[in-house]
Design a protein. Sequence first.
Length: 100
Amino acid sequence: MLHTVNKSPFEKNSLETCLRLIDESSSILLIEDGVYGALKNTSISDSVINAQKTTKIYVLGPDLKARGLDKSSLISNIEVIDYKGFVNLTIENEKIQNWL
Protein backbone atom coordinates (compact mmCIF):
# COMPACT_ATOMS: atom_id res chain seq x y z
CA MET A 1 0.00 0.00 0.00
CA LEU A 2 1.17 3.51 -0.81
CA HIS A 3 0.63 6.10 1.90
CA THR A 4 0.77 9.77 0.93
CA VAL A 5 1.24 12.47 3.55
CA ASN A 6 0.72 16.10 2.56
CA LYS A 7 0.74 17.92 5.91
CA SER A 8 3.75 19.16 7.85
CA PRO A 9 4.46 16.98 10.87
CA PHE A 10 4.98 20.20 12.82
CA GLU A 11 1.35 21.29 12.26
CA LYS A 12 -0.59 17.98 12.14
CA ASN A 13 0.01 14.44 13.38
CA SER A 14 -0.73 12.78 10.01
CA LEU A 15 2.82 11.50 9.48
CA GLU A 16 3.12 10.29 13.06
CA THR A 17 -0.16 8.36 12.75
CA CYS A 18 0.88 6.96 9.38
CA LEU A 19 4.21 5.74 10.76
CA ARG A 20 2.41 4.03 13.63
CA LEU A 21 -0.06 2.17 11.39
CA ILE A 22 2.00 1.08 8.37
CA ASP A 23 3.07 -2.48 7.74
CA GLU A 24 6.08 -3.97 5.98
CA SER A 25 4.39 -3.93 2.56
CA SER A 26 3.88 -0.16 2.75
CA SER A 27 5.63 2.72 1.02
CA ILE A 28 5.33 6.35 2.08
CA LEU A 29 5.38 9.35 -0.25
CA LEU A 30 5.77 12.78 1.34
CA ILE A 31 4.18 15.51 -0.78
CA GLU A 32 3.35 19.20 -0.40
CA ASP A 33 4.17 20.29 3.20
CA GLY A 34 4.62 16.63 4.12
CA VAL A 35 8.17 16.91 2.74
CA TYR A 36 9.18 18.58 6.01
CA GLY A 37 8.86 15.15 7.62
CA ALA A 38 11.95 14.01 5.72
CA LEU A 39 14.27 16.67 7.14
CA LYS A 40 17.30 15.74 9.23
CA ASN A 41 17.56 16.57 12.93
CA THR A 42 13.93 17.30 13.71
CA SER A 43 11.56 16.02 16.38
CA ILE A 44 10.18 13.43 13.91
CA SER A 45 13.51 12.30 12.41
CA ASP A 46 14.03 9.33 14.72
CA SER A 47 10.55 7.98 13.93
CA VAL A 48 11.18 8.30 10.19
CA ILE A 49 14.60 6.64 10.47
CA ASN A 50 13.06 3.79 12.45
CA ALA A 51 10.30 3.34 9.85
CA GLN A 52 12.95 3.05 7.12
CA LYS A 53 13.97 -0.32 8.54
CA THR A 54 10.87 -1.87 6.94
CA THR A 55 9.36 0.83 4.74
CA LYS A 56 10.59 2.72 1.69
CA ILE A 57 10.08 6.48 2.04
CA TYR A 58 9.95 8.87 -0.92
CA VAL A 59 9.75 12.65 -1.28
CA LEU A 60 8.28 14.46 -4.27
CA GLY A 61 11.16 16.51 -5.66
CA PRO A 62 9.15 19.43 -7.08
CA ASP A 63 7.48 19.95 -3.67
CA LEU A 64 10.86 19.83 -1.96
CA LYS A 65 12.27 22.39 -4.39
CA ALA A 66 9.20 24.64 -4.05
CA ARG A 67 10.02 24.94 -0.35
CA GLY A 68 13.65 25.89 -0.98
CA LEU A 69 14.97 22.49 0.12
CA ASP A 70 17.16 19.89 -1.56
CA LYS A 71 18.35 16.32 -1.04
CA SER A 72 21.20 17.42 1.25
CA SER A 73 18.68 18.47 3.91
CA LEU A 74 17.00 15.04 3.98
CA ILE A 75 17.43 12.00 6.20
CA SER A 76 19.67 9.41 4.52
CA ASN A 77 18.10 6.88 2.15
CA ILE A 78 14.97 8.88 1.41
CA GLU A 79 14.47 8.78 -2.33
CA VAL A 80 13.55 11.96 -4.17
CA ILE A 81 11.21 11.25 -7.08
CA ASP A 82 9.57 13.30 -9.83
CA TYR A 83 5.96 13.22 -11.03
CA LYS A 84 6.68 10.22 -13.25
CA GLY A 85 7.96 8.39 -10.18
CA PHE A 86 4.77 9.38 -8.33
CA VAL A 87 2.68 7.88 -11.12
CA ASN A 88 4.80 4.71 -11.07
CA LEU A 89 4.23 4.34 -7.32
CA THR A 90 0.48 4.60 -7.80
CA ILE A 91 0.62 1.91 -10.49
CA GLU A 92 2.83 -0.39 -8.39
CA ASN A 93 0.56 -0.19 -5.33
CA GLU A 94 -2.92 -1.65 -5.46
CA LYS A 95 -4.19 0.65 -2.71
CA ILE A 96 -3.42 4.24 -1.74
CA GLN A 97 -4.08 5.80 1.66
CA ASN A 98 -4.02 9.59 1.79
CA TRP A 99 -3.22 11.08 5.18
CA LEU A 100 -4.72 14.56 5.37
